[in-house]
Design a protein around this ligand. Structure first.
Ligand SMILES: [Fe+2]
Length: 271
């Protein structure tokens, strides 16, 4: 079972699009896990930005009666108290261990011969969309770097980290973990990245500069290479709050963002 982007602390005003999380759905999730004998619950990022609210979300998830995996979202980074980027996973995993939830960003999993690999991912500028904007690439990169810092608050600007460097680190970690689950015998892999791998997942608003800038920060076309690997049988993404499914290099990649209409999805992955 998969879902993401609950954004538990988003204000009502910010969530007029049917994606405001309804906590009552937890009872339905628990019932579905029990009746359909679900092995695994995977959350694809952006639980909450406030630390306390983040813990409340983990408490909700802890009630789900099966093994639980978690992928960090960009908004989860804002909840960090002691860690900062790029080393965010230790603090998040420490919180989750208490609730018996595994952070995939920190370590992948092989279960019943299936590998589960994932992390937050990031953006790298390959979603540059010149036909939609009058802004030049250098200016857009500068804005994206500013957004990287502002959006992450106190956790973003430390160590003079650039968004491109953080992307490269997340990328290398995914490569390492794909190799690791292969070495551990997984022939088939479920790959989850909070950010998206193609413009197919984005809504275009030509001439809307702020929208083009937000789209610039939604992911990277480089991720297509990972989803296209023959061992990757299912791709999961979030972040854009649109329930799209697209084939990426022949692999179905599903946006699992929570919405009223599709609060979660259940897949049967054969080893
Ligand atoms: Fe996000």
């Amino acid at each position: 079972m998969v879902t993401s982007d609950w954004h538990l602390d988003m204000m009502d005003d910010d969530k007029k699009d049917g994606s405001k999380f309804n906590p009552d759905i937890i009872d339905e999730i628990i019932e579905t896990v029990e009746t359909e004998k679900v092995d695994l619950f995977l959350f694809g990022g952006d639980l909450a930005t406030e630390t306390e609210t983040f813990f409340n979300g983990l408490k909700l998830m802890a009630r789900i009666p099966c093994r639980k995996l978690f992928i960090a979202g960009n908004n989860c980074m804002k909840s960090l108290q002691t860690n900062d980027l790029p080393h965010y996973s230790g603090e998040l995993q420490a919180r989750m261990r208490y609730y018996d939830i595994q952070l995939l960003d920190q370590a992948p999993l092989v279960l019943n011969g299936i590998g589960f690999v994932g992390n937050c991912g990031w953006y790298d500028g390959t979603f540059w969309w010149p036909e939609n904007t009058a802004v030049c690439l250098d200016e857009m990169k500068e804005r994206a770097q500013k957004y990287f810092g502002l959006d992450l608050g106190r956790n973003g600007f430390r160590h003079n980290l650039t968004y491109e460097q953080f992307f490269a680190m997340s990328w290398r970690k995914l490569l390492n973990d794909l190799k690791l689950v292969h070495d551990l015998g997984a022939k088939r892999v479920v790959l989850g990245i909070h950010h998206v791998p193609s413009r197919d997942f984005l809504e275009q608003k030509p001439g809307d500069e702020s929208w083009t800038q937000i789209n610039f920060c939604m992911g990277s076309i480089k991720y297509q290479e990972l989803f296209a690997r023959p061992d990757v049988v299912l791709g999961l993404v979030g972040h854009t709050h649109r329930p799209d499914i697209h084939l990426v290099g022949g692999t179905p990649v599903v946006n699992i963002s929570y919405s009223e209409d599709v609060p979660y999805r259940v897949f049967d992955v054969k080893a």
